[in-house]
Design a protein around this ligand. Sequence first.
Ligand SMILES: *Cc1c(COP(=O)(O)O)cnc(C)c1O
Length: 434
Amino acid sequence: MRDPLSPPPAIQHNQHAEIRELFSRYVVPSYGRFDLVLSHGAGSYVWDVSGRRYLDLGGGIAVCSLGHAHPEISETLAEQSRRLLHVSNLYFHGPQGRLAERLVREIGPGKVFFCNSGAEANEGLFKLARRFGHDEGRFEVITATNSFHGRTLGGIAATGQEKVKKGFEPIIPGFRHVPYNNLDAIREALTPATAAILIEGIQGEGGITPADPSYLMGLRRLCDERRLLLLMDAVQCGHFRSGRFQSFQRILESDPGAAGFLPDGISMAKSLGGGFPIGAFWIRDRAHGMDLSMLLGPGTHGTTFGGTPLGCAVALKIFEVIDRDALQNHVRVAGDWLDGELRRLVRTYPGVVRGSRGMGFMLGLELQPREQIPAFAKDDRASSLQFVQRLHQAGLLTIPSGSQVIRLLPALNIGRAQLEEGVALLEGALKAIS
Ligand SMILES: *Cc1c(COP(=O)(O)O)cnc(C)c1O
């Protein structure tokens, strides 16, 4: 018999409030999160739990190199998971060997160690520096102010920003910070205990600041003269984000004297796995008359999850798609266009934005300080946070960097139409504010 009554209305779950409540009860509150609860994505769009769509120009902070839910990544994850997820580093397997080969082909003669994150990759470089200097009593690593090298104890010691260290003292000894892009400052900071210099090719968290070509060349000379390791943190600026595999390759490409420039170690993560957590560091085969990889012989370093078949298969697939779809060239061409558009916005809205920086798909727009933007003056949060939030209301995701810069770190395969949409959304917000 049919029920004469119509069914009661479905219970309307407010997923947004429900998920926020779970976080406030159960998740360590170490992040200042924006009020967005995301549910799924496709390409360069993501949707929140209420069905609202956002254009994602933040790329999960330079991680989602092929955007969201890329079908070939999903397929690779599924396919590899049916063969082997994990075997430990007690055995050999194909994907790790092939990925190491590919990274060496992109960078230069050397060897690769796999781990799971950027901080962990940098930890490996710190250990390399300590082994390198050990027998001579050298252990210090010089890094730059405004740098960012991760949140482990070693990472915060290396990071040139006080805010990450506060309350975690005593800080691990052996790191000194000097102003970026300043060779004299490095020369003055050298001591008999210095073993290495670590810099980002383009400072990311510090507000998108690229290294000067003369700085990189000068550091290489200095490290050669003083028997120091030149280490580069490419966790954010690497993996084609600059329009070349490594940012130093792009920065130095118009300098004929720089042919053959190589650092002695490079850390990688973020875009390498396109969202699957994988990190790596490359070390040069010959430096200061020795094979650096011999410093990390059996038993010196390790990790359970580093270089799993699954992570390596995904990273290899990302390389394959980048090659096939000529994404390196796309990043250069579209990045130059986007850079030009940001410059135009700076000229058109000088009351809100004061400059733009970066290259490829690693671009920053510097805002005026909060007090100088009437629309932001009443709110005491930094202008970067207020602007990022306005952009959320307009349907656009970007990443704040410090108090005055917003970063654009789109997927390497984002279409021109999406970039144009992003610029239009940025301009709409600027117009409304100015
Ligand atoms: C994100 C980042 C790190 C830390 O990477 P995690 O994967 O978060 O540990 C290190 N260095 C730079 C330059 C970064 O941008």
